[in-house]
Design a protein around this ligand. Structure first.
Ligand SMILES: [Mg+2]
Length: 251
């Protein structure tokens, strides 16, 4: 990971960054606050309106780039999800103008899920999440499980040749060969994105590849949350500030 030289004091992003930009937006922790359970996230009407407005202002050059599956994003966001480009499952699947592209789900994920569920039984509050192209083990409500959960995931990744993805209080095994940088690169090669400058906004370590890919295409990254080593060039403190900035309102 390459760090911006002044990663500890990243500035508030200037509003003119939005001009001629294509927007690549993470979802959890970026547009909505992270909930204790992934299914407890709430999408309000204001977010729906903001996404519709952004799609119009940016000539549909807007994409959600999430670790969630496209099916989960559809369920959470509702009809507006049909109007924006989506990349789900950490760059494994895509939907653009109604056309869905996705890999085959490896059968090994079912074995992995059984092992994770067995391990989670001894840790009340932990949660195994079946995803379209992965399995996630959440320990936000069972923090004592963290080191065991991460070691288990690392072992299973090696055993079944799956990609290991660590996130905020969770670890996930998924189809290898993709990440959020791959998602940005894939989408930036679309004709519709030609001439745009990608701005990637995200909060998690999984968003770093997205920041780096945005830079490769002459764009930039905006980190959401507390300062840390990052490839982003700007920072916003929380999802409320992201929405405020995206709405074109100054600091
Ligand atoms: Mg996030």
């Amino acid at each position: 990971m390459s760090a911006a030289p002044d990663s500890q004091v990243l500035p508030y992003p200037p509003l003119n960054l939005l001009e001629s930009a294509s927007l690549f937006l993470d979802f959890d922790g970026t547009l909505v606050d992270i909930a204790d359970r992934p299914d407890a996230v709430v999408v309000d009407q204001a977010l729906n309106s903001l996404l519709a407005d952004l799609a119009r202002r940016h000539d549909n050059c807007i994409a959600l780039i999430s670790g969630r599956s496209i099916a989960q994003l559809d369920a959470l966001i509702g009809p507006i999800a049909r109007n924006i480009a989506l990349s789900g499952s950490h760059g494994s699947e895509y939907r653009w103008n109604g056309t869905l592209a996705h890999p085959v789900r490896p059968a090994s994920l079912e074995q992995v899920e059984r092992v994770m569920r067995d391990a989670a039984t001894g840790h009340p509050g932990s949660l195994v999440e079946t995803k379209s192209f992965g399995v996630a083990l959440h320990y936000r409500l069972a923090p004592e499980f963290e080191s065991e959960a991460r070691a288990l995931a690392a072992r299973l990744a090696g055993q079944f040749d799956l990609a290991l993805q660590e996130g905020k209080m969770m670890v996930e095994l998924r189809v290898p060969g993709s990440d959020k940088g791959v998602a940005v690169t894939t989408m930036m090669r679309r004709r519709e994105m030609a001439g745009t400058r990608p701005v990637f906004i995200g909060d998690d370590v999984t968003d770093e590849e997205g920041f780096e890919a945005a830079r490769t295409f002459g764009g930039t990254g905006i980190l959401v949350g507390p300062p840390r080593e990052t490839a982003a060039s700007y920072r916003l403190p929380d999802p409320a500030a992201v929405r405020h900035w995206l709405a074109g309102e100054s600091q």
